[in-house]
Write a protein that binds this ligand. Structure first.
Ligand code: PBG
Length: 336
């Protein structure tokens, strides 16, 4: 057997023995054509922080590029965001009127109501989502009423219902309960329906973990709790329990489910996608944003590539919507 015939036989055979994936990757146009997932502004929700009684934008040190927006400047800022292409906002209030229960959050003219009304009036076509929780409004920083240092779940449900009705009255397009109280979707749905808001969707923070990735947010929203949230948020090491949280919210009537944080919990997201046809949102939280920002500042990674890769991963795992502090960056610089 001579060498050349041996070689040609070998290459005939090999083209049948393995698949040539390179064939569909050979040009940018082919790669565009073959891409299974993409992210557009239609998928993105931009979380913003609104602080009362201040005059200047306050930079959040642990989240480069993110600021607390003075309430007085909110209308102008929302108009600018709409102009840049942001289509949905999640609003977080930074309160100067905290008390034991977080009562300002459901006052008819409290910060939450005012900022929702202001944002909605500034850009009526913008989807305004009210984060409904208490940690930004309570003196102790917990997501509900404390009783002997423990969360009083059922009392908190009543307050949460009042809060979502206040947000609805102010013009919110979606309410997003993030307190992780048991039964919160049932309570809120009933309250909204009785108040005439039968058509208002609930986006439930449903698989929400007790995560170290919320660190920068707690500085941003001034809601570092005394102690921790381990008695009401899901243990990061528990996947099945997190799925049960989402299934419970789905059964209670949640219109959108959420997995939060995003990157470390793609397994939960993918399993939830397999087992539910309800829309799912993934939240790329403050610590995930900070990791990318600071690694890029250190020259260790390419920020734009990581934005694309991480948000793309959420879509690939099954997210319909993504909450991300990078939304404004994508509006300005594109995704691809
Ligand atoms: C409030 C809430 C938190 C986040 C969103 N809503 C903080 C927490 O639960 O401790 C975190 C968002 C982020 O880190 O970007 N319950």
């Amino acid at each position: 057997m001579n060498f050349s015939s041996h070689a040609s036989k070998e290459s005939d055979a090999s083209s049948q023995q393995f698949r040539r994936f390179h064939r569909l990757r050979s040009s940018p146009q082919l790669r565009d054509l073959m891409r299974e997932n993409t992210v557009t502004m239609n998928d993105l929700i931009y979380p913003i922080f609104v602080e009362e009684e201040i005059d200047r934008f306050v930079p959040i040190e642990a989240m480069p590029g993110i600021f607390r927006i003075p309430e007085r400047r909110l209308a102008r800022e929302v108009k600018a965001l709409a102009k840049e292409g942001i289509k949905a906002l999640m609003l977080f209030g930074v309160s100067h009127h905290k008390d034991h229960t977080g009562s300002d959050s459901w006052a008819a003219n409290g910060l939450l109501s005012r900022m929702v009304r202001c944002a909605k009036n500034a850009a009526p076509e913008m989807v305004i989502i009210a984060d409904c929780c208490f940690c930004g409004y309570t003196s102790h920083g917990h997501c509900g009423v404390l009783h002997c240092d423990l969360i009083d779940n059922d009392l908190t449900l009543q307050n949460l219902t009042s809060q979502t009705i206040a947000a609805a009255n102010a013009g919110a397009d979606i309410v997003a309960p993030s307190a992780m109280m048991d039964g919160q979707v049932t309570a809120i749905r009933r309250g909204l329906d009785e108040a005439g808001f039968t058509n208002l969707p609930i986006m439930a923070y449903s698989s929400k973990f007790a995560s170290g990735f919320y660190g920068p947010f707690r500085a941003a929203a001034d809601c570092e709790p005394k102690g921790d949230r381990n008695t009401y948020q899901v243990d990061p090491l528990n996947g099945r329990e997190a799925l049960n949280e989402s299934f419970a919210d789905e059964q209670e009537g949640a219109d959108i489910l959420m997995v939060k944080p995003g990157l470390c919990y793609l397994d939960v997201l993918a399993r939830l996608r397999d087992q539910s046809n309800t829309p799912i949102a993934a939240y790329q939280v403050s610590g995930e944003y900070a990791m990318i920002k600071f690694a890029a500042k250190a020259g260790a990674i390419d920020e734009h590539r990581l934005i694309r890769e991480t948000l793309g991963a959420f879509k690939r795992a099954g997210a319909d919507l993504i909450l991300t502090y990078f939304a404004r960056d994508i509006a300005r610089n594109g995704f691809a």
